[in-house]
Design a protein around this ligand. Structure first.
Ligand SMILES: NC(=O)C1=CN([C@@H]2O[C@H](COP(=O)(O)OP(=O)(O)OC[C@H]3O[C@@H](n4cnc5c(N)ncnc54)[C@H](OP(=O)(O)O)[C@@H]3O)[C@@H](O)[C@H]2O)C=CC1
Ligand SMILES: CC(C)=CCC[C@@H](C)[C@H]1CC=C2C3=C(CC[C@@]21C)[C@@]1(C)CC[C@H](O)C(C)(C)[C@@H]1CC3
Length: 421
């Protein structure tokens, strides 16, 4: 990949099977979401039933879904634009500038929680959203598709230094999928940053709450499994929004363009597949023994501890290596002037944060029992995503740090799971 700060980067390395892989994913990803949701809400008891009960054409569209999705996204645009919370600067861009981002995602979550409670108190039939899951997902796919077309079109008017390194092969389908522009903005409104943390992530936990309400409607009270899935995933989303500033240094914001992959991932994949366990529990109730409930809580607790501690340690070290919480850690120098941690969490494995995330993913599936593979979809997909992400990051770090990275890999030989991988 070649670029300098004034010429458009020209991408030569492709991922996801290049143009053909991208074309297949654009078609297959939405179909997968609709398939998973349809299986989830069907009463089918065990593993897979073939042929699956696919939704009919009339199940796919409902005007109420269009109204709800438009209202939801508009509410979150308004909450994003509210002048509350601090404003932070992102990392240094190729042209030497830094963008400003509002840090008010946690406020948006709190306002959403208040609105949700008001709806429950006023008797708004929120459980109805359970029946609308498929049309809601179809409508969200439509929004992601329109947004990606807009992003692709506008990228041809963007200055060369605003383009991402990875999405400029010149092959339309691939570039549309990966995304050409790094930080597309309408005035101060950052489209990628907004989509990454607001409508999809908060939508995910709201849909979970709807599943809980539906279970109460059907069975009179929520099951322990449903309460655990809701609590674990709410903790994860609250943590993401509480630590919103840390997102500014993730690969998605710093490196990846904004195209169909992230637009679909943020607006459809996250809200409609990350919470499949709760949707599954509505149609397939599962009783947990007190011992298994405690074991699952412990697993989620350990996963969260590893995830949060390791992410915070690296973020603190990158922000201020002299801070008392990190200054005792052993490091190695790199030619770029930055140092790499080789003790503490980052001396245990090369991606301790991924390990914690995978342990939590497992804890979110176990409350659903073992009668069906569907609640395990998230942990399986997520492990594959993190193995792929680890390989991408490794490639970038090797290019960035050269010999120092090799020394780090010799010192810390395991990538995610000690003695296994
Ligand atoms: N729920 C979900 O769907 C997803 C969740 N995640 C989660 O998001 C979080 C962030 O993950 P991600 O953005 O992939 O990347 P990481 O937070 O793991 O960051 C990787 C970067 O950290 C720096 N780094 C790596 N090793 C060291 C070291 N030894 N010392 C100091 N710095 C080091 C390097 O950047 P540099 O040196 O330039 O600072 C590297 O590029 C993770 O917890 C992950 O599990 C991620 C994807 C999806
Ligand atoms: C199949 C497909 C289209 C995948 C696209 C991948 C995206 C779904 C994920 C890429 C990176 C993500 C992150 C989060 C959510 C999923 C996506 C968008 C994240 C916001 C979840 C909460 C975490 O605490 C996080 C903030 C660290 C995380 C950032 C990366």
């Amino acid at each position: 990949m070649k670029s300098n700060k004034h010429t458009a980067p020209h991408t030569t390395d492709t991922e996801f099977g290049g143009e053909i892989g991208a074309a297949c994913l654009i078609v297959l990803l939405p179909i997968t979401v609709l398939f998973l949701l349809s299986v989830c809400v069907s009463e089918e008891g065990t593993v897979f039933h073939w042929p699956p009960a696919l939704p009919s054409q009339s199940d796919l569209y409902d005007p109420r879904a269009v109204f709800i999705i438009t209202g939801w996204i508009s509410t979150h645009i308004l909450l994003y634009l509210l002048p509350v919370g601090k404003v932070s600067e992102g990392l240094l861009l190729r042209d030497g500038s830094r963008l400003k981002y509002p840090i008010n995602g946690f406020h948006a979550l709190c306002v959403t929680a208040v609105l949700l409670c008001m709806c429950v108190c006023l008797g708004v039939p929120l459980a109805l959203l359970y029946e609308l899951m498929v049309p809601l997902a179809v409508c969200a796919v439509g929004v992601a598709l329109l947004l990606s077309l807009y992003l692709y079109a506008r990228s041809f008017w963007a200055p060369a230094q605003a383009l991402a390194i990875g999405g400029n092969t010149g092959h339309a389908v691939y570039d549309f999928f990966i995304g050409r522009e790094l930080n597309p903005r309408i005035g101060p409104f950052d489209l990628k940053y907004f989509c990454e943390l607001r409508p999809g992530l908060i939508g995910w936990v709201v849909l979970n709450a709807v599943m809980l309400l539906k279970e109460v409607e059907l069975r009179g009270s929520p099951s322990v499994s449903m309460l655990l899935v809701n609590a674990f995933q709410l903790l994860y989303v609250t943590d993401a929004l509480w630590n919103e500033e840390a997102v500014l240094s993730t690969m998605d914001i710093v490196h990846d363009g904004f195209g169909f992959m992230l637009a679909f991932g943020d607006l459809v994949w996250v809200p409609f597949t990350y919470g499949l366990q709760a949707a599954f529990l509505v149609s397939h109730s599962h009783m947990l023994t007190p011992f298994s409930a405690l074991a699952i809580i412990l697993l989620n607790g350990i996963g969260y501890y590893v995830f949060r501690k390791s992410n915070s340690q690296k973020n603190q070290f990158r922000r201020d290596p002299t801070h008392r919480s990190v200054r005792h850690l052993e490091t190695i120098a790199t030619a770029t002037g930055k140092r790499l941690l080789v003790s503490g969490w980052w001396g245990f494995v090369r991606h301790p944060n991924y390990l914690g995330d995978i342990l939590m993913a497992l804890a979110w599936s176990l409350p659903c029992g073992f009668s069906h593979i569907l609640p395990y979809f998230y942990v399986l997909y997520f492990s594959a995503l993190l193995v792929h992400r680890e390989a991408r990051d490794e490639h970038q770090c090797r290019a960035k740090y050269g010999a120092a990275w090799e020394a780090y890999c010799r010192r810390v030989p395991y990538r995610i799971i000690p003695y296994i991988y």
